[in-house]
Design a protein around this ligand. Structure first.
Ligand SMILES: [Mg+2]
Length: 399
């Protein structure tokens, strides 16, 4: 079961401030250059879109009401929704601040059908928080998500195993999570617009064009989920982060600043998973969507963000970029569990202690409360947390 809140930030605001109900509102970050993070359905209907600046939104719709986002409120509601879902199954995955996957396989001994659970959950979330959500049910996460998206807002769509093929057939390829506008265009150039055509397309050609994503595309077009959930206790094969930029970046200084940010994010994940890695890779994508990856294996394992940063900038220096980049990614692979060992490098434990302190601050006050000053070179994306933000389980954040 996939559950996604409808216009989440805007719905939470409308639910907690009755005078906003039924009005077109846009949740924005602070500051002059704030952009719309989420808008209510009333505003969406009249053309206000995520990513518009305040000015653009106001020109489009003069009656719009701007509301400054309140991260703690959204995180808090997310945690409470999570608690509700945990009453139906212990297998709940928070996949972003307003999206969850719940494995109902074991719950069906207690409830007549998955649709039954979905209706109960929808009613409960509606009564408690005054917000609506869309639910999709399918034989795997991929189908559940596509089903959920197809029923927005306030929908409930059930796709059985036998119906999967028929359900997918005429869907535009952009309905597959991970296929954005640009990749949709690239696929269209190959004569592919709906999933049926993608399924019939030779995977070797897709692989040549999109790398490993070519394989994923082919698998997903068959209604199968290429991303298997990891068993608890199993080590991750790799840990990576990537960013797609609103504007392509050509300036090396800016690329370096982004790599510092990405390296920091990877290092934080390594520390959270209590692992170290010795393989690192840098991925970059040009505006025409061609994608390259360079990898290197170090002679030693490390959890260190600075070492990761130096390694990937080393990789960057070894290539001549032929164009600006639209995406950058940093990954760690060749991972093993970290063991406490005496520091071999002078001052290494000092840095470790520093990062431990930074992690503690960010755990307590929210992601990005404390970060390296160099990353200030990058325009902050927005001040409201990104919807992809995922709170850790026991969330200690109380301001
Ligand atoms: Mg949502």
């Amino acid at each position: 079961m996939y559950i996604d809140m409808d216009a989440y930030f805007a719905s939470v605001e409308q639910a907690s401030r009755p005078y906003l109900r039924g009005r077109p509102i846009a949740v924005v970050g602070g500051g002059k250059r704030a952009v719309v993070v989420t808008s209510s359905y009333e505003a969406k209907r009249l053309g206000v879109k995520t990513g518009m600046t305040r000015g653009e939104a106001a020109r489009k719709l003069p009656s719009i009401v701007f509301v400054t986002g309140r991260n703690d409120k959204y995180v808090d509601t997310c945690v409470r929704i999570h608690e509700i879902l945990l009453r139906y199954t212990p297998e709940v995955e928070i996949c972003s601040i307003d999206e969850f996957f719940a494995d109902l396989t074991g719950s069906l001994l207690l409830f007549p059908s998955p649709a039954d659970v979905a209706m109960t959950v929808k009613r409960e979330i509606g009564e408690r928080f005054g917000i609506t959500c869309s639910v999709g049910i399918g034989p795997n996460k991929l189908i559940a998500k596509i089903a959920g998206e197809s029923g927005k807002p306030d929908g409930l769509v059930v796709v059985g195993k036998e119906e999967t093929e028929r359900f997918m057939e005429d869907l535009p390829v952009e309905s597959i999570p991970g296929i954005g506008k640009k990749m949709g265009t690239a696929l269209k150039a190959l004569g592919i617009t709906v999933c049926r055509e993608l399924r019939a397309f030779p995977v070797s050609v897709l692989r040549r064009r999109f790398g490993i994503w070519g394989d994923y595309l082919s698998i997903m077009a068959r209604g199968m989920d290429p991303f298997r959930a990891r068993d608890p206790g199993e080590l991750p094969k790799s840990i990576g982060h990537s960013m797609t930029f609103e504007k392509d970046i050509g300036d090396r200084m800016m690329i370096r600043a982004r790599l510092l940010e990405l390296s920091g994010m990877v290092a934080r994940r390594l520390r959270k998973e209590r692992v170290v890695a010795k393989g690192f890779s840098l991925t970059w994508r040009y505006p025409d969507f061609t994608t390259f990856t360079k990898r290197i294996t170090l002679p030693f394992y490390t959890p260190g963000g600075r070492i990761i940063y130096e390694t990937v900038t080393g990789l960057l220096d070894s290539v001549r970029l032929k164009d600006a980049v639209r995406l950058l990614g940093v990954s760690a692979f060749n991972v093993r569990r970290s063991t406490a060992s005496p520091p071999l490098i002078e001052g290494f434990d000092r840095e470790e202690r520093l990062w431990k302190a930074v992690d503690d601050v960010n755990d307590a006050f929210g992601e990005h409360s404390l970060y390296p000053a160099t990353t200030l070179l990058c325009a902050r994306r927005h001040w409201v947390i990104s919807p992809a933000y995922r709170p850790g389980k026991p969330y200690p954040y109380r301001r």
